[in-house]
Design a protein around this ligand. Structure first.
Ligand SMILES: NC(=O)c1ccc[n+]([C@@H]2O[C@H](COP(=O)([O-])OP(=O)(O)OC[C@H]3O[C@@H](n4cnc5c(N)ncnc54)[C@H](OP(=O)(O)O)[C@@H]3O)[C@@H](O)[C@H]2O)c1
Length: 327
């Protein structure tokens, strides 16, 4: 099948400015952490990417280690890009990251210049790209001076291999320091990628204020708490779901969240939304959030999640009820 993107792809998606910068990201972005690896069906991933782009999702997020096996999500994405998206490269924002364990020895993880720049070269090769739009330090490194990690990001941009840089999983204080170093280097930080959902709220303490002050965008990952905040686990754990695989999401996580999920689902139904739609709208209600970074294992999930944009407002009463459940 030859893919041609729908002409209507920009009709309904909302695009938000990334912090104070010129780049806009779709309110819903798609990550390829799961469902695009060597163990997954390439054709399913391909259909998901087609549908996403047809709905205006212009941003696809990867990392060196996505798979499994590590690297295979970038390889598969590279194949699909070559086959279907070659004509649309300038309509896409493609990100990758380095930080987690990728190859043996002392240079295969964390935040050294040696690791980050070698990893970026590997990612570009796997995806068949000349540059990524955003290159991230995937996690802070307690043993490498922050200057070294930020200098490596700066180098990535100066060498033409990345257009922008970002940081992920950095606590507030460190994010501020990183931003200041990057500013001095002349390659300002575009975006921060933290974990944030109704169930994981650490960013509300300080990080979002720091990002606003520094003019940095925010793209929360796992806004659906890996599927907990959807109708997926309302009636148990279905075969093939992430929790059934017991790797990143455990059956025990489902058990402990179950009562909250049932109550939140009732509010979502009263709003005329699915639970996934309400969970995404809840994250997007804060104007400091640029985009929600979802995952999906089917085209149906993409459809469901993008529909969240039809209703992102909450009444005070709804917010109070939700707070009573998640707090
Ligand atoms: N920077 C970091 O350290 C970091 C860490 C984690 C993730 N990320 C990024 O964030 C992206 C998203 O993470 P995530 O996959 O955990 O996000 P998520 O959106 O919280 O969870 C996605 C999973 O939820 C389920 N789901 C999604 N929509 C659904 C719907 N409408 N109805 C029912 N179930 C639905 C699917 O589970 P099933 O597969 O079980 O169907 C899907 O795989 C990743 O791909 C990656 O790009 C970054």
């Amino acid at each position: 099948m030859h893919y041609i993107a729908k002409e209507t792809r920009y009709d309904t998606m909302k695009y938000n400015r990334c912090g104070k910068w010129g780049l806009k990201l779709p309110a819903v972005s798609l990550g390829l952490w799961h469902n695009f690896g060597g163990i997954d069906t390439l054709e399913n991933g391909r259909e998901i990417l087609h549908r996403a782009f047809d709905l205006g999702i212009t941003h696809f997020d990867l990392a060196n280690n996505y798979g499994p096996p590590p690297g295979s999500a970038e390889e598969n994405f590279g194949k699909i890009l070559k086959q279907d998206f070659r004509a649309y490269r300038d309509e896409l924002i493609i990100s990758s990251k380095a930080g987690y364990d990728m190859w043996p020895g002392p240079y295969g993880e964390w935040g050294s210049r040696k690791y980050l720049l070698a990893s970026l070269d590997q990612s570009l090769k796997r995806m068949g790209l000349e540059y990524v739009d955003i290159f991230y330090s995937h996690r802070p490194d307690p043993d490498t001076p922050l200057e070294e990690t930020m200098m490596a990001l700066d180098r990535a941009v100066r060498s033409g291999k990345a257009l922008y840089v970002g940081i992920s999983n950095y606590p507030a204080e460190m994010a501020k320091e990183a931003s200041q170093i990057l500013k001095e280097l002349g390659t300002p930080c575009l975006i921060h990628q933290p974990k944030y959902s109704m169930f994981v709220r650490w960013v509300e303490d300080e990080l979002l204020d720091v990002l606003e002050e520094e003019g940095i965008g925010c793209i929360p990952f796992s806004p659906l708490a890996q599927g907990l905040l959807t109708n997926k686990y309302l009636h148990g754990i279905s075969e093939g779901s992430r929790a059934a695989r017991e790797v990143f999401l455990k059956k025990a996580d489902v058990d402990s969240a179950h009562d909250k999920i049932v109550k939140l689902n009732e509010i979502a139904m009263q709003r005329g939304q699915s639970l996934a739609q309400m969970a995404l709208a809840w994250v997007l209600k804060d104007k400091r959030i640029t985009s929600v970074l979802i995952g999906a294992s089917s085209v149906g999930q993409i459809n469901d999640n993008v529909e969240s944009l039809k209703k992102v407002e909450f009444s005070d009463e709804e917010l109070k009820l939700i707070e009573g459940i998640i707090n």
